[in-house]
Design a protein around this ligand. Structure first.
Ligand code: HEM
Length: 366
């Protein structure tokens, strides 16, 4: 049995001694304490603590997806870890409100003392971005400089590793590519889906044609719009057109993975696809939440410093605005909704496949 002495008390267990001594106001050191600097430091420190937890969860999801044959229950675990990450990021968004209680003039009391330190140098933030799947080439670099130039030397190797390793994006893409059910003896998902889409488009065109409230030029404009929709679907049906879109950077998810993701989105009501569907939804949420954080942070920076340059040397709020639209990872998944069709038009799945997709209990007589 452990002796009582080895059980740490609250303060020791949480290492509060060093944690609570880690707020050193630079303004105080320089002889003129700026009251709001404490809030500024604590805000950043709690962000970094939550970043640590996010990385911890991402690494655990990596372990699940690195295995070739993933057990269904493991997908459920990955979904709950992603849910936790998303809740943390939601908290990080809400937390901006607290920092906004500092006025721009209060910030000016110590801002100049911070140069050249900036959140831009957060190694953990860069690790999160890379591990989720942001590619170096897709980054909005300011002044043509590599973001790693600003990272502390102790962190650079780790960040380089994350650039060259699998990411949540590539692991999920590989997993999608391995999805069964796309092709079997009596079922070809893609062919079935294609004919359902042609029927849907034909039907929609008939509705426009028969609509008496539209005049000829209005009908023509509707048809033109419809041709654009058809074109979009054609790019999805034609692998070489699709590859060109990937080459041009208009799409990132592979052809095969895109098919699987669509199958999951369309047949989400089938028991076996529930968790895969929840997983894709959580990834879409993650992308949206990070974009929302970037947007709120951009607004915060605009409110605090207007059009001044950042302490890290970027053009400030303008850089942040560009990064927020460019640094998205799972946009392909959200844009797949373009290709959804009404439930009533979904091709019926063959009985054998339905049985494989459902949770069933075999009795001895079966
Ligand atoms: C008064 C509050 C803040 C202001 C005015 C501000 C301003 C800025 C600016 C102007 C940049 C662009 C880089 C530069 O030139 O410095 C930046 C980047 C960044 N800041 Fe803040 N920031 C604030 C609070 C925070 C907080 C609380 C965090 C939490 C960790 C944070 C994290 C970051 C990150 C991660 C980046 C890099 C973003 C990217 O490259 O997409 N900032 N910030």
């Amino acid at each position: 049995m452990k002796s009582k002495k080895t059980i740490p008390n609250y303060r020791d267990y949480l290492n509060l001694d060093s944690l609570l001594k880690s707020q050193k106001l630079i303004s105080e050191k320089r002889g003129k304490k700026a009251h709001d600097e404490m809030l500024f430091i604590i805000s950043h420190q709690v962000y970094e603590l939550w970043f640590k937890q996010v990385l911890y969860e991402i690494d655990s999801i990596f372990e699940i997806f690195e295995i070739e044959l993933i057990d269904e229950s493991q997908i459920g675990i990955a979904v709950s870890r992603l849910h936790r990450i998303n809740e943390i990021i939601q908290l990080l968004i809400d937390q901006i409100k607290i920092l906004e209680t500092m006025t721009p003039m209060d910030f000016l009391e110590f801002r100049d003392l911070l140069t050249p330190a900036s959140g831009f140098q957060s190694g953990q933030f860069r690790l999160i971005e890379n591990k989720i799947g942001l590619l170096s080439n897709d980054r909005h670099n300011y002044g043509g400089k590599d973001y790693k130039d600003k990272i502390h030397e102790d962190e650079v190797d780790n960040i380089k590793d994350s650039e060259n390793s699998e990411s949540l994006f590539t692991l999920v893409e590989n997993w999608l590519e391995r999805t069964p059910f796309l092709l079997s003896e009596d079922y070809n998902f893609w062919e079935q889906y294609k004919s359902a889409v042609s029927k849907m488009i034909l039907n929609d065109k008939k509705i426009i044609e028969k609509n008496k409230s539209l005049n000829d030029s209005e009908k023509e404009s509707y048809f033109n719009q419809y041709n654009a929709t058809e074109k979009m679907f054609n790019s999805l049906f034609n692998e070489s057109v699709f590859s060109k879109m990937i080459d041009k950077g208009q799409f990132r998810l592979s052809y095969k993975a895109t098919h699987a993701a669509l199958l999951i989105l369309l047949y989400r009501d089938q028991a076996i696809l529930h968790n895969p569907y929840r997983l894709l939804s959580k990834l879409i949420d993650l992308d949206e939440l990070l974009t929302t954080w970037r947007y709120k942070h951009h607004l915060l920076a605009t409110r605090m410093i207007g059009k001044k340059i950042g302490t890290g040397g970027s053009v400030g709020a303008t850089y942040l605005k560009k990064a927020l639209t460019k640094h998205r990872v799972f946009e392909d998944l959200s844009s797949l909704t373009t290709f959804l069709i009404p439930r009533s038009d979904l091709p019926n799945l063959p009985k054998s496949l339905l049985r494989n997709m459902s949770f069933h209990y075999d009795t001895a007589e079966d």
